[in-house]
Write a protein that binds this ligand. Structure first.
Ligand code: CA
Length: 236
């Protein structure tokens, strides 16, 4: 039998934590609750978990800080659980390193499909890594995407990207010249059925990447918009 996936719930509201714990166990996961940011960071760094659900307003240390510090030690999928629109905007705007977010109140069914999609993505990565070992760097203009080293450089200068932004760029680079709709990109890069995800995720990712890749983000030369279709990376 396959080993149960283990989820860490970082949540200070006892009722919410208990409901999540109960439902996750019922859905076949192992789950554990950390009730403040410090405990969340300590448990989340342990390497024992397949995914972390992270509240934002937390005692000791807020969720943004927990996420940032976790990202220094682990690539475990992190889903923010937000209570407010402002928090959602902050997640989208900041390079927090989170893989996803859900807004309270959420349906457990929706949360579960996000959890599945994120775990599926992260556990399928070893295969992708193996494939990448044999792949040549992709060169597009001054841009060099080296999948073997997980690095992106422009004119020889390293560009720091979050894991999601990197995945997004690699997907477009491997299919350079082909334009994808935002829903297609959500499905391909985030692993959702289009109707679940927020297409704004795609726009914000494009905006962030343009700021890092382009000389003039307002007049991009690499990551281009195809009117009425979506986005694409120009051909080498
Ligand atoms: Ca809270």
């Amino acid at each position: 039998m396959e080993k149960k996936k283990k989820i860490l719930i970082v949540e200070d509201e006892k009722n919410i934590a208990q409901v999540l714990l109960y439902n996750l166990v019922k859905a076949g996961y192992e789950a554990e609750v950390a009730s403040d940011g410090g405990a969340g960071l300590a448990r989340g760094s342990s390497g024992e978990f397949d995914l972390i659900l992270l509240d934002i307003m937390l005692p000791v240390m807020n969720g943004f800080e927990v996420c940032e510090r976790l990202r220094r030690v682990t690539q475990v999928p992190i889903i923010f659980v937000t209570a407010r629109e402002e928090e959602k905007d902050k997640i989208l705007g900041l390079d927090t390193g989170a893989d996803d977010y859900v807004t309270k109140p959420f349906s457990f069914r929706e949360l579960l499909s996000r959890i599945r999609a994120n775990i599926r993505r992260s556990s399928s990565e070893p295969v992708a890594e193996k494939k990448a070992e044999q792949s040549e760097p992709i060169l597009i203009g001054d841009l060099c995407i080296d999948r073997e080293r997980y690095s992106v450089t422009r004119k020889g200068e390293e560009i720091e990207l979050s894991k999601k932004d990197y995945d997004f760029l690699v997907f477009l680079a491997e299919n350079a010249g082909h334009a994808y709709s935002r829903a297609e990109l959500l499905e391909q890069v985030w692993g959702y059925d289009g109707y679940i995800g927020d297409v704004r995720n795609v726009d914000v990712t494009v905006c962030r990447l343009r700021n890092k890749l382009e000389d003039d983000p307002g007049r991009p030369e690499y990551l281009l918009t195809k009117r009425g279709v979506g986005y694409y990376l120009r051909l080498p």
